[in-house]
Design a protein around this ligand. Structure first.
Ligand code: HEC
Length: 274
């Protein structure tokens, strides 16, 4: 009796597990499937190339670029997109001074528990706080940008291509072949976006939307590159350390391999007779 019962329980869990796996797979394949229009006219597979100092196994962040990128985020994107995984104090690693970080945090309003009463209350930000949520009233849902370079295929190159890849009109052929894919009122045609029509108006539509503190000319292309570099940092501030650790590991492995080879020669020297 007990045996049958335990078999039944086991069976139940196995079926539940298999079911949830299958269900996820089905949902994922549904979500991720590009439309025929996107397959034919989309450019998601052909991103604009973007070279960053942090690329490659030995790449390091270009702090000047990170700071410019933050200036673009703060001046342009922050009105719609939050950055809730990033703490103000970590911005010192993105080229801001401690004073700048303190001033920035103090300007923010953080809704947090009052330690005296336990009630939620607004207070000025501290450097240890993370960026607060952003209330957005327009159409569409601007995603939080903290991890966006990890969440999208192509990472920084995708963000860069998306930002400068808007086109003013759809190819006539597209509309003829796929009338359903016609850009709806209030949306914008962007062949880099998964379903071609995006609810975000071109955020970098003209030059000089920000004034860079290092005097660099803020062209559209420059702003797009810089903010993409900044978002790579936001998603993985410890990238440099990871690269460094990797380099040390490779050195160590070379050393250990040499050592192993030398002891192999030594141990077998007699048996092999040389
Ligand atoms: C006026 C509001 C607004 C501004 C300003 C804005 N965005 Fe957006 N953004 C949106 C909305 C709305 C969406 C969702 C679009 C959709 O799902 O159709 C979005 C989506 C995105 C996406 C996600 C695309 C995807 O693959 O899902 C990225 C990346 C992005 N924005 C980056 C930026 C960056 C970088 C800036 C600053 C240079 C910026 N946005 C400025 C409103 C804005």
């Amino acid at each position: 009796m007990i045996r049958i019962f335990s078999i039944l329980v086991g069976l139940f869990f196995t079926v539940a597990l298999a079911w949830s796996l299958l269900w996820d797979t089905v949902q994922l394949s549904k979500d991720g499937l590009p439309t025929s229009a996107a397959l034919e006219f989309g450019k998601a597979h052909d991103l604009k190339p973007l070279k960053l100092a942090s690329d490659g196994p030995f790449g390091k962040f270009d702090k000047k670029q990170l700071k410019r990128g933050f200036e673009v985020y703060a001046g342009v994107c922050a009105s719609c997109h939050s950055l809730q995984q990033v703490a103000y104090r970590s911005l010192v690693y993105a080229g801001l001074t401690e004073k700048e970080v303190k001033e920035l945090a103090a300007k923010a309003t953080i809704n947090a528990k009052d330690p005296l009463t336990g009630e939620m209350k607004d207070r000025p930000g501290l450097t240890a706080d993370k960026f607060p949520p952003v209330v957005f009233a327009g159409t569409g849902t601007p995603p939080d940008l903290s991890l966006i370079t990890k969440a999208r295929k192509g990472g920084a190159a995708y963000i860069y291509s998306l930002l400068i890849g808007y086109e003013t009109s759809q190819p006539a052929e597209l509309v003829k072949k796929f009338p359903d894919a016609k850009t709806p009122e209030g949306m914008f045609y962007n062949p880099y976006f998964a379903n071609l029509n995006i609810a975000m108006a071109p955020p970098l539509a003209s030059d000089d939307l920000v004034t860079y503190s290092d005097g660099t000319k803020a062209t559209k292309d420059q702003m797009a590159q810089d903010v993409s570099a900044f978002l790579v940092w936001a998603a993985e501030p410890e990238l440099e350390q990871r690269h460094q650790t990797g380099a040390w590991w490779i050195l160590f492995l070379i050393f250990a391999t040499t050592l192993a080879y030398m002891s192999y020669r030594n141990i077998w020297a007699e048996k092999k007779g040389h």
